[in-house]
Design a protein around this ligand. Structure first.
Ligand SMILES: *[C@@H]1O[C@H](CO)[C@@H](O)[C@H](O)[C@H]1NC(C)=O
Ligand SMILES: *[C@@H]1O[C@H](CO)[C@@H](O)[C@H](O)[C@H]1NC(C)=O
Ligand SMILES: *[C@@H]1O[C@H](CO)[C@@H](O)[C@H](O)[C@H]1NC(C)=O
Ligand SMILES: [Zn+2]
Length: 322
């Protein structure tokens, strides 16, 4: 115990040395998710995101989790969108603040600010949230801020500041709406490049059935990890063709053009799932509460999924008792 304790102290000191060279962060190595909390203390909190959505543990509350009311999602806003490579993801800024959500258990009205994606190097990973341990190849987040605050920057660290809608992607048919975004990737290959693109209705990007969803209270999944997010993760997935995912994996780089050197693809830009601690996971429909049928849900990636779950479980128990 004492030796383990000493090793932990030494290890934490080492990571301090490596990570204190400025407030940069990445998804791997010495500036990766396991070290974010050193520069960004909120990342070590007990209401962090993403999480594994465990369907057998959900609390179904149909009256509270009524359908979300989407306003303005069915039309293309007047102002252009701003598509940007920020070195961590592809992000689309919604300049016209005309799209809003309310209802669905949200106490206030939330204004759409931007959407972005998290994707993996292979089809077995990429999503931030997982469903009974299963990851999807990509996840889209539409980030909204509470209308009672002036703007996104003011809302970002308030406990009721943000509402994020999360959508899983599955390999399937060619997605012509996402392609309108992918078509511009060559213009924003390098970090900090941005362009304006024609706006598209957000409805076009979302699945058709939006009444079945999961809800929990969590955080930003990137530093500074503020615990300000009411999360909604939809059960219905979005289809995308394999060759379109390949565009995400190979055209967007994490380095600056002026850096010179070899371009580095952005892939696996997802944070590992975090401990649930005392939080509850809610669901809007009774059929979202089901027991994972062993052998049916678990596929070829079973051993990976299982080892990841066991790992997460022990890390959670460990961090809880220490
Ligand atoms: C947000 O509102 C605050 C307060 O009015 C202002 O100081 C700040 O510049 C605004 N930020 C942005 C990004 O508009
Ligand atoms: C887009 O890039 C230009 C420089 O190329 C920069 O001045 C501008 O602030 C950027 N806009 C956004 C929204 O990032
Ligand atoms: C949730 O999604 C799964 C997989 O797409 C589907 O089989 C199931 O019917 C959905 N359940 C609800 C309640 O929407
Ligand atoms: Zn995100």
């Amino acid at each position: 115990m004492t030796i383990l304790y000493l090793l932990c102290i030494i290890a934490s000191q080492l990571t301090v040395v490596f990570s204190s060279a400025g407030n940069v962060w990445t998804y791997k190595d010495s500036l990766g998710p396991d070290h974010w909390h050193l520069d960004y203390p909120h990342c070590g909190g007990i209401r962090q995101s993403p999480i594994d959505l465990q369907t057998r543990d959900v609390v179904v509350d149909q009256a509270y989790l009524s359908p979300i009311i989407f306003s303005g999602y069915d039309r293309a806003p007047k102002l252009f969108y701003t598509l940007e490579n920020n070195g961590h993801t592809v992000q689309c800024g919604l300049n016209d603040k005309t799209m809003e959500i309310s209802g669905g258990g949200l106490r206030d009205t939330y204004v759409a600010e931007q959407f972005h994606f998290h994707w993996g190097a292979t089809d077995e990973r990429g999503s931030e949230h997982s469903l009974n341990g299963k990851h999807f190849p990509m996840e889209m987040h539409i980030v909204h801020y509470n209308k009672r605050y002036e703007n996104f920057s003011i809302s970002v660290d308030k406990s009721d500041g943000l509402a994020v809608l999360g959508f899983f992607f599955e390999i399937g048919r060619f997605n012509k709406h996402v392609q309108e975004i992918i078509d511009h990737f060559v213009e924003i290959q390098y970090k900090n490049e941005n362009i304006t693109i024609n706006s598209i209705p957000l409805n076009d990007l979302m699945p058709a059935r939006l009444t079945n969803y999961f809800r929990y209270i969590g955080s930003l999944t990137t530093p500074p990890c503020y615990e300000s997010v009411t999360w909604t993760i939809f059960n219905e997935t979005i289809e995308i063709a394999e060759e379109q995912l390949v565009q995400f994996r190979t055209t967007i780089f994490e380095n600056d053009k002026s850096d010179g050197g070899l371009p580095m693809d952005i892939t696996d830009d997802y944070r590992p799932v975090q401990c649930m601690f005392r939080r509850r996971l809610y669901a809007s429909h009774p059929s979202l509460k089901y027991n994972m049928e062993a052998g049916k849900t678990i596929n070829s990636g079973a051993s990976y999924v299982l080892s990841r779950l066991v790992f997460t479980y022990f890390v959670c128990v460990w961090s809880f008792v220490t």
